[in-house]
Design a protein around this ligand. Structure first.
Ligand code: PEP
Ligand code: MG
Length: 611
């Protein structure tokens, strides 16, 4: 049975807390997490423990204040320098694009909010600088940890990482001290790994990563994909059930970790690891070949991107453009929204990197299960049904206009489309269009250049918009199906609820019928339509979408080679027949059976199977 590659992970197959290394002797343990980076690895594991620097808290005398602040400034410099060294090491390796994350950390080290808070604790509370840094970081991380959104919660690790870097610099500890020196292929298990820690392992024979925290957008996962090392993230409590040196299998396709595998499991994993390595080599060779079905129907492969650095990575994976740029990342970890100039520079860089390929910038989708930080959002009973995305943007026209102007200014540097998330009524689109025209006028009044035609499109991810697709096809320049939210809202299943994840199937017939309505509306009006939800990144559902008429699929970059390969193995007529049969089914299981029976054998090496 195929599993969604992203979104909420399935619950662990065995409750890990019930098992410890000693009472599990001789019995394999299979844990489920989130597929972070594709590939299969088998090796003994090493556990990289929490890397907290110890420090002393003490009250200082008034004459020590200046010295303490000088030590802080010096630590910032040294921490920056050590990041620069790691960044260079990565640049020499395979993960060049990821140095942007390290550069972002270097910038965070100089953040004024951190410096001001440290100075306050030193001057007013008379705390030594280690204590002041610790208080500052704890406060910032605590605010992020309170967020309900997993992405925002993850940013707390970035803040903690920066704090840890400062503490190491204050203590004069070497950066690599926390990482063991490895002399044979090893899988690293950690609660969390920062990008710099991951990068520092480039020189070590690390063949896989497993972390307890993290999601598909966590930096460890992004970095592992850039390094082409298999990774599984978000594996609850893995550190408490694995013993150092124990052999483990990690499957970065299935999001699975096997601790203490049986000989049969090892033989199976070895065969799959070899197949994947050969297959990856072949896919890499083909990555810039156009995606087509066996009978020549072209399907455009676009990438979903959250970080600027990923845009280059996406093109390198064969993306023909960016189908979804989630700009909300910009609003994370800060108290004030990014200003127009800052956003302009970033959008410009992304557009230039991808030009002439199209880039779809989505206006911020904040609220609900998404990040907050810069907005004072009300405490809502049902945030997913509350002040989220376009609703929030319309309630804060000042912030929204700033973003729209930045996008409009960037339009001369490539091929830009602007997309609005979570639109649920035509009225919202009309209100956005008014603000968009205002942004155009303001840029013209300043005498700045811009593209003549900037398509303004909508995401179709709320059932009301799918039902009204005919009208949206008339009013919007393009539409993109957000199947992650469409599934959530059509089935009333919280997308962050791990326990219900197996019920949230993109194969549900209600979801398929909504998609079919949108396809029909787009076809009738001849409007561009794409899919940018996770459904497009899994080979079986992606092929079903093509059978239903979709020709633009946007997915995480790492999935592109596989979906392309899946397409090459099938004919359009075959997919259309599967789609017709699937639409007659009345249950998710029925749809899944129809699709798997028709296509499963051809894609046996591309799809995940429940074991
Ligand atoms: C979606 O909902 O399918 C989507 C692509 O948007 P996001 O996952 O960012 O909500
Ligand atoms: Mg969405």
């Amino acid at each position: 049975m195929s599993k969604p590659r992203s979104g909420a992970p399935p619950a662990p197959s065995v409750p890990p807390a019930a098992t410890t290394p000693s009472d599990r002797v001789g019995r394999p343990l299979v844990l489920r997490g989130i597929a972070g980076s594709p590939g299969v690895a088998i090796a003994p594991c090493v556990i990289v423990g929490p890397q907290r620097s110890a420090f002393t808290r003490r009250h200082i005398k008034s004459h020590e204040v200046d010295d303490e602040l000088a030590r802080f400034a010096d630590a910032v410099d040294r921490a920056r320098e050590s990041l620069r060294v790691v960044s260079e090491r990565v640049r020499e390796g395979k993960a060049g694009a990821e140095t942007a994350i390290l550069d972002a950390y270097a910038a965070m080290l100089g953040d004024e909010t951190i410096a001001d808070s440290v100075e306050r604790h030193v001057r007013i509370d008379r705390q030594n600088v280690e204590w002041a840094v610790s208080r500052t970081i704890e406060d910032m991380a605590g605010r992020l940890a309170d967020a309900s959104d997993p992405y925002l919660m993850e940013r707390q690790h970035d803040v903690t990482f920066v704090g840890e870097r400062l503490q190491r610099a204050l203590a004069g500890t070497s950066d690599d001290a926390a990482l063991p020196h490895l002399d044979r292929p090893t899988i690293v298990l950690a609660h969390d790994l920062s990008p710099a820690d991951t990068a520092a392992m480039v020189k070590e024979p690390v063949v896989g990563f497993v972390t307890e925290v993290g999601t598909r957008t966590s930096h460890t996962a992004i970095m592992a994909r850039a390094l082409e090392i298999p990774a599984v993230v978000g594996v609850d409590d893995v550190l408490s059930v694995a013993a150092p040196g124990e052999t483990i299998i990690i499957d970065g396709f299935r999001g699975e970790v096997v601790i203490g595998p049986t000989p049969a499991m090892l033989a199976d994993a070895e065969a799959r690891a070899l197949r994947h390595a050969a297959f990856a080599r072949q896919l890499r060779g083909d990555k810039h070949r156009q995606a087509k079905t066996a009978d020549g129907t072209v399907v455009h492969m676009l990438a979903n991107v959250e970080l600027p650095a990923e845009a280059l990575l996406a093109i390198d994976h064969g993306a023909e453009g960016i189908g979804l740029y989630r700009t909300e990342f910009l609003y994370v970890d800060r108290t004030d929204p990014p200003n127009e100039e800052e956003q302009f520079q970033l959008y410009r860089a992304v557009l230039e990197a991808c030009a002439p390929r199209p880039v779809t910038l989505r206006t911020f989708d904040i609220g609900g299960d998404k990040f907050v930080s810069t907005f004072q959002l009300p405490d809502e009973m049902n945030p997913a049904l509350g002040l989220r995305a376009v609703r929030l943007a319309l309630s804060r026209p000042d912030v929204f206009l700033e973003q729209l102007r930045a996008m409009v200014r960037a339009s001369v540097f490539g091929t830009l489309r602007i997309m609005i998330p979570m639109v649920s009524s035509l009225r919202e689109l009309a209100e956005v269009r008014e603000l968009f025209h205002q942004a155009l006028r303001e840029i013209d009044d300043r005498g700045l250049p811009r593209a003549d035609d900037i398509p303004l499109g909508v995401m179709i991810e709320v059932p009301s918009a799918a039902i009204m697709a005919d009208a949206f096809a008339r009013e919007a320049a393009f539409m993109s199906l957000g199947t992650n939210d469409l599934v959530q809202y059509a089935l009333a299943i919280d997308r962050t609820n791990r326990a219900l994840a197996s019920l949230a199937s993109p194969f549900d017939p209600s979801v398929l019928r909504l998609i079919a309505m949108v396809v029909a509306a787009a076809t009738k009006r001849d409007r561009p339509l794409s899919v940018c939800g996770a459904m497009a990144s899994d080979p079986l559902p992606a092929l079903l979408l093509v059978g239903m008429g979709l020709r633009d699929l946007s997915m995480e970059a790492a999935a592109i080679p596989e979906v392309k390969e899946a397409l090459r193995r099938v004919k359009l007529a075959e997919l259309e027949a599967v789609a017709r049969a699937a639409l007659l089914e009345e249950s998710a299981e029925g749809v899944q059976r129809v699709v798997t029976d028709a296509l499963g054998a051809k894609l046996h090496d591309l799809i995940a199977h429940d074991s």
